[in-house]
Design a protein around this ligand. Structure first.
Ligand SMILES: [Mg+2]
Length: 366
């Protein structure tokens, strides 16, 4: 693949500039099993990279702070290979920006540059359905609050929903929280009989409760359970045995929170995890390009975690279209101040990835 792509020779990096961006959710996002209110949209860091040949690329970064400005003066081909990604650890904070830059120079979309193995119509789900039944605290809306979020996201084009569950972990008495979890899932299924439904415990269950949940929801055609408990082989073996016993088709997704990638890959090879969720940014595009073929070889799927920022869903959609092995990506409803993402469309539950150079997203006007 590398040899088929034109070279990046002749371009030298002349600037690496930090950018401040801000995401906006369409409504305040509430609590999950582990964390309090998620607010109305966080700020984030991005970088713009420029070359002496007049090209620019830009993209977000969420990893630990680095010093990508030390790349100024370096030939681009020394720090980035279109066939594999970044070549120098210094470039990690500009992993997205360099993918954008290189694809713009080569005049191809990122998804084509990284393989073009998937469809450019990428199914996605709304990842914004939190514990809206519990808010506002002085007059909780109950299940209607959750259904209102689903209705808003359905109107925006989503056709699948991921429901946060695990209310008994912090916010309700354990059994009462479990009962509410079940009532919410049942109510959303009743309101959307054809929707793909996923649930995310954010490590708020234990293996025994996970088995009970699978029993109680066996008739609801759930697509996956995510992070039921901090991943460990013994618990996941119990879940697998139970799924086999009750002939459950529900997938188990994990690897989002502070993953030990070698360990989650080992769990995947053992058939204990079906979908791996490492973050599109903090794990990174280059790392996903290396790792995703291993996931597919293990007979599993990937769905790069995108929560937090609408732009991350678009990066995840590009990864899905480029690398394959992704059945659905996490949609983060909302906008990014000053950033035009209109080349992407959300239509009937699919993100339509544009045929534009790079990520096809203009940088924020500054
Ligand atoms: Mg999650």
């Amino acid at each position: 693949m590398t040899s088929a792509l034109p070279s990046l020779a002749g371009h030298r990096i002349t600037a690496v500039e930090p950018l401040e961006i801000r995401s906006r959710y369409p409504r305040p996002i509430g609590r999950n099993a582990r964390l309090g209110a998620h607010g109305e949209g966080p700020a984030a860091r991005a970088y713009m990279v420029r070359t002496d040949s007049g090209f620019t690329g830009w993209g977000m970064d969420e990893g630990p702070p680095g010093t990508p400005e030390l790349l100024v003066g370096r030939p681009l081909e020394e720090v980035f290979n279109p066939g594999t990604g970044i070549l120098d650890p210094l470039a990690r904070p500009v992993d997205v920006a360099l993918h954008d830059l290189a694809a713009r120079i080569l005049e191809v979309p990122v998804h084509a540059m990284i393989g073009g193995l998937g469809s450019t119509e990428v199914p996605c789900y709304s990842g914004a359905i939190y514990f809206d039944d519990l808010d506002p605290e002085d007059a909780p809306r109950g299940i209607e609050g959750v259904l209102a979020g689903c209705a808003a996201d359905h109107a925006a084009g989503y056709r699948a929903f991921k429901l946060k569950i695990g209310r008994g972990n912090r916010w309700m008495e354990t059994e009462e929280g479990f009962a509410r979890d079940l009532a919410v899932v049942r109510a959303v299924r009743a309101a959307y009989p054809a929707a793909r439904l996923l649930v995310d415990m954010n490590d708020g269950y234990d293996p025994a409760r996970t088995l009970r949940f699978l029993d109680e929801t066996a008739d609801l055609d759930l697509y996956w359970i995510e992070e039921p408990f901090a991943e460990h082989a013994e618990g996941l073996r119990r879940v697998r045995e139970h799924r086999e016993a009750i002939r459950s088709q529900v997938l188990v997704a994990d690897g989002e929170f502070d993953p030990d990638v070698e360990e989650v890959l080992a769990l995947t090879r053992e058939g204990l995890l079906d979908v791996l969720l490492m973050d599109v940014l903090s794990f990174g595009i280059t790392a996903w390009r290396r790792c995703l073929p291993e996931v597919v070889a293990a007979g599993a799927l990937a769905s790069p975690h995108a929560w937090g920022h609408p732009l991350k869903s678009l990066y995840a959609a590009q990864l899905a279209a480029g690398l394959g092995g992704v059945e659905v990506v996490e949609g983060v409803p909302g906008t990014t101040d000053g950033v035009d993402t209109s080349a992407y469309r959300l239509q009937e539950g699919r993100i339509l990835v544009p045929d534009l150079p790079g990520f096809g997203i203009a940088p924020p006007a500054v």
